[in-house]
Design a protein around this ligand. Sequence first.
Ligand code: HEM
Length: 396
Amino acid sequence: MTAFVQPTTPEQLLHLGPIDPVENPFPIFREMRDKQPVGPSGMGYYIASFELAQQALLDDETFSNKSNSPDYPGIGMVFGQTIIGMNGKEHLKHRNLITPALRPRALGDNFEQLARDTADRLINKFIDSGKSNLVPDFTFLYPLSVFVQILGLPEEDVDDFHQWGIDLTHVASDPARGLHGSACLRDYLGPVVQDKRNNPTGDLICRLIEAEVMGEKMTDEEIISFLRLLITGGADTTYHLLGNVLHTLLNDAELLELVSNDRSKIEPLLWESLRWESPVQFVSRATNREVEIGGTVIPDDSMVTVLIGSANRDERAFENPDVFDITRKADKSLAFGYGRHYCAGKDFGFTEATIGLNVLLDRLQGLRFDPDVSEPSKIRGVAFRGPSHLKVQFNH
Ligand code: HEM
């Protein structure tokens, strides 16, 4: 049985590891929004309301992304210098280099086919048994396998990638583990980038090598750092999104039937799921000056945790926020961030999740939780949230 952790204060919650098994952070978030929407987090400050989160993410001159650069404790230490640690002109230059390469259309006509084939291959492995745990069998492997193929790397390296990616995300609670993951990825990716410079193979790594804005290209070091970011930011996010959507569908037979019969409902379903259980719950910033926000004065050069997961449950922005409702306008949520650093892979992730879900619904008729499994599936986590397991049965 999973032993869930139930922190009772913001400080306790924000000190936990990114995937520690917290079942329900939402009452703490509500209390933070109601009592003190901006307050101390233990290692800096938090922002918990929708309005103030938007305000901070839009004001990038005050709330800088330098918090994600290698000069600050946190993910920059293990990613290296990447787009999410940059500001101003440097950020714009990198964004212009990177975003076009991540658009599904730029990835070639075969992106959707590749995603569909990957989903089919994974399902083929378990469909005859009529049973699966969709977390290890599908939601985890699918985005990572698509990614590895798009990068032009061998699919059998998926497990290593996953492990190193997890190691990276532990940097705040276990820096040595984070740095180990970072070094392993450099040792693996360094020779790969070198080789692709000499022998271009048309994949995403090659497109990053070739991308040019105003005569400037990315160095090997910049490409390796960006790939570190993509492995966690690009694969783990879709993994959690798919898990959370399936968890909701399996707990709501009517919704499952509705979506199975009318696939146009997948889009609002994904948006509502992104709002309801945002795969990325926090983003970080650091102040460039002393600033007053939400009645609290934050000193210059303070770390600020913007609680996206709380903002997306703010009753001032979403009516009955704790109700899952695919008819609401959920695409204004902050699940993909807000402002200049808005997710550069949104279309990629959304297309990939849509295809994955369509293939699952096409092939696993009569999908339901396995009644023989006694431990119920629960969504848990702190910075990243997803279901503990999805042990299911289906007709075969
Ligand atoms: C589908 C689920 C996804 C979610 C929920 C998600 C969420 C986010 C969030 C919240 C940010 C803002 C970070 C900040 O403001 O500090 C972000 C940025 C980013 N995301 Fe995603 N993401 C997803 C998928 C992807 C995918 C599939 C890719 C790549 C293929 C990707 C690449 C990026 C990049 C490169 C940035 C940095 C943009 C910048 O700093 O300008 N994301 N994402």
